[in-house]
Design a protein. Structure first.
Length: 433
């Protein structure tokens, strides 16, 4: 028996706790707000074009089903614990927003008399509150539900599409306004940031980084449409970096190391345009915050550094017998270095997880090339800033070439490179390699 799996008793307790907290918080907020003399509404101009679709009550109502069963799909106790914390945090935070910043739905709902779906709308009328609007718990819960159901091997695509329909149904059943959707999305990703799953497990590192990008992206979307509502259409330009940030988060989830650079280390022109804000931020970080501009020798004829610029290329003394391993996924190599050396682009996502197979293949390649180096040959390993990726690969290269235990290789690297950053999640990775 797997001791990490949650027991049925633990799953029932988690469900009961979240259900009781939801019922208490939701009903109290609805009662409290109903006593107010006037409850405002917030509606974007484009919402008048959203149609009422009576059939969309079906995906809308299934949120209750997912709430009841999501706890029983958790694979381990930590996942159940994280799910419970996210659900409780989201429920209580939303309840506080309902009380402190009350809003109500303002559109007149078309009649559904005579329809088989009318029973569902009558149920909503009795038990759902017109005041508990922003943030939408339907939306926040849908994102949290998906964090569990996305691990299913069967029906994954169907469930993903169903959750999208569930999210859209909050608008087309005339239950929520668009501001509720945005705030619910932000709240869900805030819960992911505060309660990460397997925080120190390198295999889940990309999800934690992705959630940062998602959160920033959805906040930017919200800011853009709000500023557009009050100050004009020019503010819609913010949707560009917002969409870019959300897409970067998706690429981190997939660990797509080539989302910017191709296998030759080049960034296509159209990506340079679309990702321009991202590339500019990295260029500023690289320009002003990198430390080891001079290469550091970690073993005979093997050096690590940050990405070199033209001004400090003379430190490298490049020739045709110099092998350059570029670990940066977000900046192109300068042409002078590419043209004068044997260049290899092996990108890793910044502060993300390093793929075990890709890393082992790279270390083996560097080790084999090192043994064949001519007298004037060198190996340069660099990332963008020179803090983490080049240090990790450097540690593994030292371990192989100098036959060092991994802990000794780490300590040796820290002695050579004072600015090396070996995050806790990477220590587990180094031991696995």
């Amino acid at each position: 028996m797997d001791e990490r799996r949650p027991t049925l008793k633990q799953q029932i307790f988690a469900f009961a706790l979240c259900a009781i907290v939801f019922t208490t918080v939701y009903n109290f907020a609805a009662w409290y707000t109903s006593r107010a003399e006037k409850v405002p509404s917030f509606v974007f101009d484009f919402e008048k074009y959203i149609p009422f679709l009576s059939w969309s009550i079906i995906p809308y109502m299934t949120s209750v089903i997912f709430f009841c069963c999501v706890f029983f799909f958790c694979r381990d106790r930590e996942q159940l614990s994280v799910l419970t914390k996210r659900m409780l945090f989201t429920t209580v935070t939303a309840g506080l927003c309902f009380i402190l910043f009350p809003l109500q739905f303002s559109f007149a709902k078309p009649l559904t008399n005579g329809s088989v779906l009318d029973y569902s709308f009558q149920f909503l009328k009795l038990f759902d509150s017109p005041f508990n609007q922003s943030p939408s718990l339907h939306i926040a819960y849908a994102f949290i539900f998906w964090s569990i159901f996305r691990n299913l091997k069967k029906f994954r695509t169907f469930l993903m599409l169903w959750f999208i329909m569930l999210g859209i149904s909050t608008l087309t059943t005339y239950q929520h306004h668009f501001i509720d959707i945005l705030s619910g999305t932000v709240l869900a990703h805030l819960s992911f940031m505060i309660f990460p799953y397997r925080k120190n497990d390198f295999q889940y590192r990309n999800f934690q980084v992705a959630n940062f990008y998602f959160l920033f992206g959805w906040i930017s979307v919200s800011a853009s449409v709000l500023m557009n509502q009050f100050y004009g259409h020019l503010w819609l330009i913010v949707l560009w970096p917002a969409a870019m940030t959300i897409i970067i988060g998706y690429q981190y989830q997939k660990n797509n190391i080539y989302f910017l650079k191709d296998k030759n280390g080049n960034i296509p022109w159209w990506k340079k345009i679309f990702y321009a804000p991202y590339l500019m931020i990295y260029w500023i970080f690289w320009k002003f915050l990198r430390k080891n501009k001079k290469p550091l020798e970690i073993a005979p004829h093997i050096y690590i550094s940050s990405r070199p610029g033209r001004a400090n290329l003379h430190y490298f003394e490049i020739n045709r017998n110099t092998l350059v391993y570029d670990l940066s996924a977000e900046m192109e190599e300068i042409s002078e270095l590419k043209n004068k050396s044997s260049y290899h682009s092996v990108p890793f996502l910044d502060i993300g997880a390093l793929d075990i197979n890709q890393t082992q293949k790279l270390i083996t390649e560097i080790t084999e090339n090192y043994r064949k180096l001519p007298a004037d040959g060198k190996i340069f390993i660099h990332c963008t800033m020179g803090f983490t990726r080049s240090s990790v690969i450097g540690i593994l290269v030292m371990k192989n070439i100098l036959s060092l235990p991994i802990d000794e290789a780490v300590n040796t690297m820290k002695g050579i490179h004072k600015n090396a950053l070996i995050h806790p999640y990477l220590k587990d990775f180094l031991k696995k390699i």
